[in-house]
Design a protein around this ligand. Sequence first.
Ligand code: 3SK
Length: 511
Amino acid sequence: RLDIPRDYNAAHDLLERNASRAAKVAFIDAASGATLTYGQLADQAHRLANALRARGLRPESRVLLAMLDTPEWPVVFLGCILAGVVPVAANTLLTPQDFEFMLRDSRAQALFVSQALRPAFDGVVERAASLQAVFVAGGEGPDSVAGLVAAGSGERRVADTGADEPCFWLYSSGSTGTPKGTVHLHAHLVQTAELYGRAVLGIREDDVVFSAAKLFFAYGLGNALTFPMSVGATAVLLPSRPTPADVFGVLARYQPTIFYGVPTLYAALLAHPAAPSKAQLRLRVCTSAGEALPADIGRRWTQAYGCEILDGIGSTEMLHIFLSNRPGRVRYGTTGQPVPGYELRIVGDDGRECGPGEIGELQISGPSAALMYWNNRAKTKATFAGEWTRSGDKYTRDADGYYTYGGRSDDMLKVGGIYVSPFEVEACLGTHPAVLEAAVIGVADSDQLVKPKAYVVLKPGQSASEEQLQQHVKNQLAPYKYPRWIAFVPELPKTATGKIQRFKLRAAAGA
Ligand code: 3SK
């Protein structure tokens, strides 16, 4: 654990680190070109905190944030934390039913919502018993974020919070069940900034960063808020969905030095017909998380842009990345090595720690582990086992200490008594020139024995037969791993973070 004082407020720390950079741009809105300097950020966050106090919001009360990525997002998030109010960041892509659940589950007293998302809360707001106020981002008047900021006094007052006190929540969607309110402490934001942002990425004051993952995701929050603020760098925010055209537009126009993406996006960028040349960009380091990065995509990106992709894995529960490749030591096809400050172990079905090459569940011990899932004792106990947090991901470690992803614990198949990683078969299918992406599940054959079945999305204008793809896998993997059936589909079901939802394919297949 880093040396964080007992009495501590995370927002105050992040703003104070930039007290001498008042004129430097902290955030750029890529849609409008508007900028927010570190001086304006500190002033507006304090004014918002004071306005919340004046409106009766007390420390430890919670507010829901359903906001698009604009510079108002950090103003609201940090302003709440300065007042000791706990912001609960919601995935803006969710349904009204999910928002209703979150408002009820968190007992939020206020809602901050972007104008464009306001219709999703129609009716929901009226039914939320604890809600006392709704503030609109991008709007005007007393009940807008701008109105709150204008009404708040400029006094620099910080709630007397502690490092180990709840600071903010993120809702973790997981693959099944209702979202889980994951409670993080004040100390956690800078822990991840120091351990991963500074030590792995080497983020510096002169960096300009751009994250395709939005701020409401743990990945995006660190990428575009905590890490740049921890060193006084600049973050570009994109309120809209990160299409390949828009991402390349931001990379060319704002010249970020750090780009944080996900595998599906890198694949789409590489396939984009109007991709810029290496000379048009200024990338120094790229990252990937969300799901394992196929080696081929990493190599092709490095070849095209002369910049490595650091594939890593994090979780909402650990707040950010705890296992990652390092600059200059990248091994594509692996998730790299533990981030210093985190301890990792791989545990087999028998509860014993696995040796090199043995597959088991990855468990993590580190200073940024969440306190609990709100209102969910059973899942809290199942996930946070003392010092160790269970990831639900299967991994192997080789003799050099590099870790390789083997799929989600619940996605693994046993074929003829042997574990088959759906990811390995998917990655193999992905190396066929006609395949854009693939998902593999286990389906019972006529003998009720589980065998791999693949769902394949072909690249536009390309064709391949079932037999050709089966042969392609047989040529590269152990014979029992090839998909016995292949369904060609237009797209795969995915979570908002781009993870393939194999459970949906299983349900549709009756598997
Ligand atoms: O999906 C990941 O690997 C991840 C990375 C950083 C923070 C949060 C998550 C879920």
